[in-house]
Write a protein that binds this ligand. Structure first.
Ligand SMILES: Cc1cc2nc3c(=O)[nH]c(=O)nc-3n(C[C@H](O)[C@H](O)[C@H](O)COP(=O)(O)OP(=O)(O)OC[C@H]3O[C@@H](n4cnc5c(N)ncnc54)[C@H](O)[C@@H]3O)c2cc1C
Length: 433
């Protein structure tokens, strides 16, 4: 299907196969994902989004929206890819404690703008992840144990529906669609902006302690001890790092949303392990929180799998550290609980499992992807998992039944059929498969 005529209905840049720059514009942040859209539109504004949706709908084409491509799954292949980078507005209302955020904005910018007013949003581990993609998937990070899912902090969505009409969707104006957007993936509309509730910015005591892998058993025991006594303001994550050519390491990353004096006391057992090769625990500005887990910033090829663990992690993590991880590079375990396990209006609902474990590798050469997948399979065979996982942790090809209950999937499917009967919008994880 040609894309002739698309340029004449939008103000933004349109690129199709054969155009210089098409490859770069099509490429997602996750370089392991191949996506071949029929065209890329770098929309200039929300009006452009509406025009693209109408144009595509009239021609039987689909539209896939991406801000960064951190969550790309390949589902944009064959669709018109809407790149939302120019929808870059961030307006903080310090009186109402809200931020209106354009669909192209990543978390780092929201945190910078909120910090000016002593406020914070609820980002994940990486400031480079898009606010809209993260929040459509629920969104959990360092603030989760204190404030719950990011999607529960949404006040309203600004959207273009599958017919190209624009609307502001709140819990009052359209409860069904609002529910589907707040953690259900949003596979019925293209979002142009979101209004988020902000929270008072706490003090922050955070950082990472890193040890040679030989200390893994002791570190695992102390990690569990710290977590067992942690208030909701403290989140503690454990990581194993086995990058090729580098010394294997274990680390604990922590963020305490409170004073240094209390944070130091809560995390003292980590320091008492001794023998660390690095200790960055200290007072940080909230805008520095993204540095704690050391997520990659530049586009990277990655294959990952996440599982929710139902029991203790000490023995499992110590055993992982004692064996080769090849071809994986790392494992991260996040202690959950707190507000994440409490009431939630999101389609996922309360996150009651105690741990979230994420393992990743990079596919290299022929058979590389298969080697990573089969190692991921073996890795999780040794630990009790619930079988479900948050939507932002779902890999391409994994079924949505791993995220949502049959009743929730039924309701999301009904909303998709009612709002987008011709399948114009295509999300990373299409609700109807
Ligand atoms: C390094 C890294 C760290 C991460 N850390 C966390 C974390 O701490 N917590 C967590 O919960 N998740 C985390 N994630 C997962 C991340 O939240 C998801 O991959 C999320 O979907 C990324 O959103 P994005 O907008 O950056 O990505 P994109 O790939 O641009 O978007 C992902 C999907 O969101 C939907 N979408 C995006 N924009 C729109 C729009 N305007 N309208 C409609 N649909 C849209 C589409 O389905 C799109 O395919 C992380 C991912 C990476 C790679």
């Amino acid at each position: 299907m040609g894309v002739r005529g698309l340029e004449s209905v939008v103000r933004g840049r349109v690129l199709a196969g054969g155009d210089a720059g098409f490859g770069a514009a099509s490429r997602p942040w996750n370089l392991a994902v191949e996506q071949e859209p029929v065209a890329v539109v770098e929309v200039a504004d929300a009006g452009d989004v509406a025009a693209v949706v109408r144009w595509a709908g009239e021609r039987g084409l689909s539209v896939a929206a991406q801000a960064t491509g951190h969550g790309a799954t390949g589902s944009a292949s064959g669709a018109v890819l809407v790149r939302t980078g120019a929808l870059d507005g961030v307006e903080v209302d310090p009186v109402r404690r809200t931020a209106r955020v354009g669909a192209g904005v990543s978390w780092g910018r929201v945190q910078e703008a909120a910090a000016v007013h002593g406020l914070t949003g609820l980002p994940g581990s990486s400031p480079g992840v898009g606010v809209v993609g993260y929040t459509l998937g629920g969104g959990l990070g360092w603030f989760g144990r204190r404030h719950g899912w990011a999607a529960d902090a949404v006040r309203a969505w600004e959207v273009v529906d599958a017919g190209g009409g624009r609307a502001r969707v709140s819990a009052q104006s359209d409860p069904d669609l609002f529910w589907a957007l707040c953690g259900g993936g949003g596979d019925a509309v293209v979002v142009t902006g979101v209004e988020l509730e902000l929270f008072g910015a706490p003090e922050l005591y955070a950082g990472a302690v890193v040890w040679p892998v030989e200390r893994a058993a002791r570190v695992a025991a102390v990690y569990e001890e710290v977590l067992a006594g942690a208030p909701e303001e403290l989140s503690v994550w454990w990581s194993l790092h086995r990058f090729p050519g580098a010394e294997p390491l274990v680390s604990v990353q922590a963020a305490f949303l409170g004073s240094a004096a209390v944070g130091e006391k809560l995390l003292a057992p980590l320091v008492s392990v001794g023998g660390s090769v690095r200790d960055t625990l200290g007072v940080l500005p909230l805008t520095g929180l993204g540095s704690v887990s050391g997520d990659p910033v530049d586009p990277t090829p990655g294959l990952a799998r996440t599982e929710l663990l139902t029991g203790a992690v000490g023995e499992w993590s110590a055993a992982l550290a004692a064996e080769p991880l090849d071809p994986l590079f790392g494992v991260q375990v996040r202690g959950l609980g707190g507000a994440l396990a409490g009431p939630s209006a999101t389609p996922f609902g309360p996150l009651t499992e105690p741990f979230y474990a994420y393992a990743f590798g990079a596919p290299v050469g022929p058979g590389g992807a298969e080697a990573v997948r089969s190692r991921l399979e073996r890795l999780f065979a040794g630990v009790a998992v619930s079988g479900r996982k948050p939507l932002t942790a779902l890999a391409g090809g994994e079924p949505l039944g791993r995220v949502f209950s049959p009743g929730v999937l039924e309701r999301l499917g009904r909303i998709k059929r009612e709002r987008d009967p011709r399948g114009v919008v295509r999300a990373a994880h299409p609700v109807l498969g």
